[in-house]
Design a protein around this ligand. Sequence first.
Ligand code: ASP
Length: 355
Amino acid sequence: MPAYKTVKINPALPNRPRASVLVIYTGGTLGMVFEKGNLVPFDFEQILDKLPEIKRLDFEITFTSLEEIMDSSNMRPEVWAEIANLIQRNYAFYDSFVILHGTDTMAYTASALSFMLQNLHKPVILTGAQLPIGVARTDARENIITALEIAAAQTDGQPLVPEVCIYFQNYLLRGNRAKKKESSQFNAFRSENYPALAEVGVTIEYNRPYIASYRTDAPFGVQAQLDANVAILKLFPGMTQNVVRSVLSISGLRGVVLETFGAGNAPTLPWFLHELKEATERGIIILNVSQCDGGRVMQGRYQTSSWFDKIGVVSGGDITTEAAITKMMWILGQETDHNLIRQRLSQPLAGEMSL
Ligand code: ASP
């Protein structure tokens, strides 16, 4: 097990802190500072110099970081497991968790964690920034401070947001509903198919009917086993049989997220039908997800999707591709029975889809 350095800050002293939050730094633009003209990850032990505003919060904050600080393009299942296990080991000691993460794959990490962290009843808030913390106009400051406020928010001693979320530029989104939509504007994330869980202005307005309810009837646990023998196949007009066949014949492949057109439609060309049918007969699980960000797959609505049901392609409803691929990895990590895998894929496991 890696040795994690930690820094604890208790600005509430001498008063009792109203909550305790563990911040896990994983990397990304947010944590970069200029050193000799280059951007390098900052040493989080200097957090108070970079973010003096933290001293005005009235709860206890502990910072720790992964051993490998990374650009989130290098994120992978082993690191998701490391984060999930870190949360599990600290679960009893903190009221909530904030994960500082690069924006590029934040929606994948949030989705993966939403499946791995079972019966979660504490907030896990991911945030990041478009500009490094060392830059004058950085968005990091507001994002971190508000993510901390949301993580510490309680009502009657219970957390207000007991789920995995992304906080970014004034919006708190359900993590497995969010997508990175912007690479230059500050408002980087959207959730087209699920309302924001909170909107932040002068006050933080929580959208309570849409926030997962606080339940402690089952104990928290981590299931971090994933199977990455999966692929995403995005359809486009003119796609050749060679491409489809090559993907579907990858050795060891167990599942494919098929990014289809509109409400879940695909070509009715005989070779296409044949390749997909043959793949499902070989036991490859296919999940139908729309290329559109808003709306949902409605298998059977058009003739161009009606044959999917017949060959056992699972409808992903209104799931995002990020949630679909991580859900597939997670279910394949737990199950081997094909019917059970299809059944679990078609049901919401962590609020990632609406039926
Ligand atoms: N490439 C960076 C990352 O995802 C971008 C960012 O943090 O915004 O790690």
